[in-house]
Design a protein around this ligand. Structure first.
Ligand SMILES: Cc1ncc(COP(=O)(O)O)c(C=O)c1O
Ligand SMILES: N[C@@H](CCCC[NH3+])C(=O)O
Length: 441
């Protein structure tokens, strides 16, 4: 069904109840605007799915989807835990005052420095991904006279239906310990032999932007089978079963996600019965949603600029952003909707393609979108840009990154200020300085 945009009495697009044209005027464009209530609602739906079933659980917001201090604080307010995958995300969480015992550290190549940071911050757990990391974490814990809770990330050999680049649960993957070849058993034995590492459970993540519950239930089935094998083999049960994130959202009419409560409900019911059937103790169930918490909550506002008509071929309309604030179309051929903020629900007059301003043929935000007649200076709204937009934004062509604005209770505030040209050049040394640096060899 075609998207119907929320409007005010002037017929302008509203975001969190505020007029998008006013927002563009106040904060300039491009700007990524979050309707905070949508994030809170999603979080509450997820909590409800667990609570309805009386399960012990954690919902760890995958902060790679969008991380900044305000977002981390919002996650805390909503009773979420936090998944970080880098020293930078951990640093952000610590600066934002996030409770460290609810931080989980992920990544397929965590450095020793990052692991040390995790130990010093006394975070909730490290999700172990490879053998080198087991060695490092063990010896860093020895040095610090500390212990660390760990989950083992396993690749369950599930091929969920999504873009190849965002698939992660298949056997041929850079992530986690492989089930088939016995890597996972070897990892468990190494952890078990360590007095510093405390095995808490298993983790898997099958990929991202997944609509069907079956991918998750198949993965859970494999993990539960493994736990049941380990119960016999090692007399070990798990306190935690983490089934990762990956719940899909609506970008365009082609996407038809079920409400999160329904998908999650189906997965949780499956886990409860499979655990019971295998005679295992019910573990805490953890999930790690990123996209589904924040994706649909944001809309990016751009200003339209130049137009190029190629008769009989295509009309390109350019915006003042592009792959520098939203890499997803270029990286995954991801599709988005767009509307004119002044009359978002008006009928279409033409089909145009929305081009970014980067010096790159592939910098196309949307191919062939039906829009009312537009002209330079109009504000274009692109919904569902809340996940992996700002977090993958970059400085290509030395474009400053946009501002991020949060709207709540009818008020807008800047969560991340727009970058300036000074910000862009702040790390540059001049040729003369460069020659004087001590690291020059
Ligand atoms: C380990 C892990 N957990 C959680 C996520 C979050 O995924 P999503 O944003 O699709 O919910 C990802 C990203 O795909 C991930 O790699
Ligand atoms: N960044 C990706 C998803 C990868 C998620 C992290 N494992 C996207 O925009 O869809």
């Amino acid at each position: 069904m075609a998207r119907i945009y929320e409007t005010n009495k002037e017929g302008h697009l509203t975001i969190g109840g505020l007029d998008a044209l006013d927002l563009a005027d106040t904060f300039q464009t491009p700007v990524i605007v979050y309707d905070v209530a949508k994030i809170r609602n999603e979080a509450q739906e997820m909590h409800h799915a667990f609570q309805k079933r009386n399960l012990s659980y954690q919902i760890a917001y995958a902060s790679k989807a969008f991380s900044c201090k305000a977002m981390v604080q919002l996650a805390e307010e909503e009773g979420l835990s936090l998944d970080v995958v880098s020293g930078g995300e951990l640093h952000t969480a610590l600066l934002a005052g996030f409770p460290t015992e609810r931080i989980h550290f992920h990544g397929n190549n965590k450095s020793e420095a990052e692991l040390k940071m995790a130990i010093e911050a006394n975070i909730g757990c490290v999700v172990l991904d490879n053998h080198l990391e087991i060695q490092w974490l063990q010896s860093l814990c020895n040095e610090a006279n500390a212990t660390m809770n760990v989950l083992l990330r396993v690749t369950p050999g599930i091929e969920a239906h999504t873009h190849d680049y965002i698939l992660t649960g298949q056997e041929d993957s850079k992530f986690g310990f492989d089930l088939q070849s016995g890597q996972a058993n070897a990892a468990f034995e190494a952890v078990n032999a360590s007095s510093r590492l405390c095995f808490k459970g298993l983790h898997c993540h099958i990929g991202s932007q997944i609509f069907e519950a079956t991918g998750f239930t198949h993965a859970a089935e494999k993990l539960i089978a493994l736990l049941s094998e380990w119960k016999v083999k090692y007399n070990q049960e798990a306190e935690v079963l983490n089934i990762g994130g990956g719940f899909g959202i609506r970008y365009t009419d082609e996407d038809t996600p079920m409400p999160i409560g329904l998908v999650l409900g189906e997965v949780l019911d499956y886990i409860s019965s499979a655990v019971l059937e295998r005679g295992l103790a019910m573990p805490e169930v953890w999930i790690e949603p990123g996209r589904s918490l924040v994706g649909e909550a944001a809309t990016t506002l751009y200003t339209l600029g130049s137009r190029k008509d190629i008769p009989g071929i295509r009309t390109y309309v350019s915006v003042d952003g592009g792959m520098s604030d939203n890499l997803r179309p270029a990286l995954y051929q991801a599709k988005y909707d767009a509307a004119l903020a002044e009359r978002p629900n008006a009928g279409a007059d033409e089909t145009v393609s929305i081009a970014g301003k980067c010096c790159e043929t592939g910098d196309m935000l949307i191919w062939d979108v039906a829009l009312p007649q537009s002209s330079a200076g109009d504000i274009l709204a692109v919904p569902s840009t809340g996940a992996y937009g700002y977090s993958m934004a970059n400085h290509y062509n030395r474009n400053p990154r946009p501002a991020v604005v949060f709207i709540e209770n009818g008020e807008a505030f800047t969560a991340i200020r727009r970058e300036t040209y000074e910000d862009l050049t702040q790390f540059d040394l001049t040729l003369r300085n460069y020659k004087k640096t001590e690291t020059t060899i």
